[in-house]
Design a protein around this ligand. Structure first.
Ligand code: HEM
Length: 183
């Protein structure tokens, strides 16, 4: 496949690194909130969750900047209007969620009455956002609801990629796969 028809290596690296981080955040989020409150394991998982979540926020900003400067390869001509619309809407929803989920998570810790400091990867202190305490319940609800919307969107996104690969037999999935030296 010519390199014009593929995503560039930076876009591919960001895509798969962030996919792994987001899956990890979803699993960690549901596990840590179901553990015994106050256990050392729960505290550690919360710190890891916050660190990886803020890293996703930083990488999303980088990725949006990269995306604006590097046009992605065009969708196949065979795709119908509704399929193009669904693809663009799905991608826009994923970008929105990758920005909103970390910001709302940050709002959850900033408004919590526990007032636990966040130290990203054990080194960088993260200040609290200047938000009133009474937003805490709404922020928690939004973060949990957002997680479910993210799960549904990711399933739709991965399902569409697998449909292109296995049923339609086009290059839509292949062009996002790393080449590892292959032509
Ligand atoms: C893409 C990024 C993120 C994803 C996908 C994500 C996902 C999740 C999930 C699935 C839960 C469990 C929801 C529940 O059952 O209540 C959760 C909880 C939580 N997350 Fe995140 N999260 C992200 C980013 C962040 C960030 C950046 C922070 C903080 C800086 C954060 C702080 C929290 C906190 C404090 C909870 C516990 C909320 C509660 O006590 O109800 N999250 N997250």
């Amino acid at each position: 496949m010519s390199s014009r028809l593929r995503y560039d290596p930076v876009a591919i690296a960001l895509h798969w690194a962030m996919a792994a981080m987001i899956l990890g955040l979803l699993v960690m989020g549901f596990v840590m909130t179901s553990l015994k409150p106050g256990s050392p394991l729960q505290f550690q998982l919360y710190q890891n969750h916050k660190s990886v979540g803020i890293a996703v926020l930083a990488l999303t900003l980088l990725r949006l900047g990269w995306r604006l400067a590097h046009r992605p390869p065009a969708l196949p001509d065979s795709m119908a209007g509704w399929e193009r619309l669904a693809a663009h809407a799905g991608h826009a929803a994923l970008y929105l969620l990758m920005l909103a989920m970390p910001l709302v998570g940050w709002a959850v810790v900033s408004t919590s009455s526990f007032n636990i400091p966040t130290v990203l990867f054990g080194t960088i202190p993260l200040p609290h956002l200047p938000l009133p305490r009474d937003l805490n319940a709404a922020a928690k609800l939004l973060h949990e609801g957002g997680a479910w919307i993210m799960i549904a969107t990711v399933i739709g996104h991965a399902g569409a990629a697998l449909r292109h690969h296995h049923l339609l037999g086009d290059d839509v999935l292949r062009r996002m796969l790393p080449r590892f030296g292959r032509e």
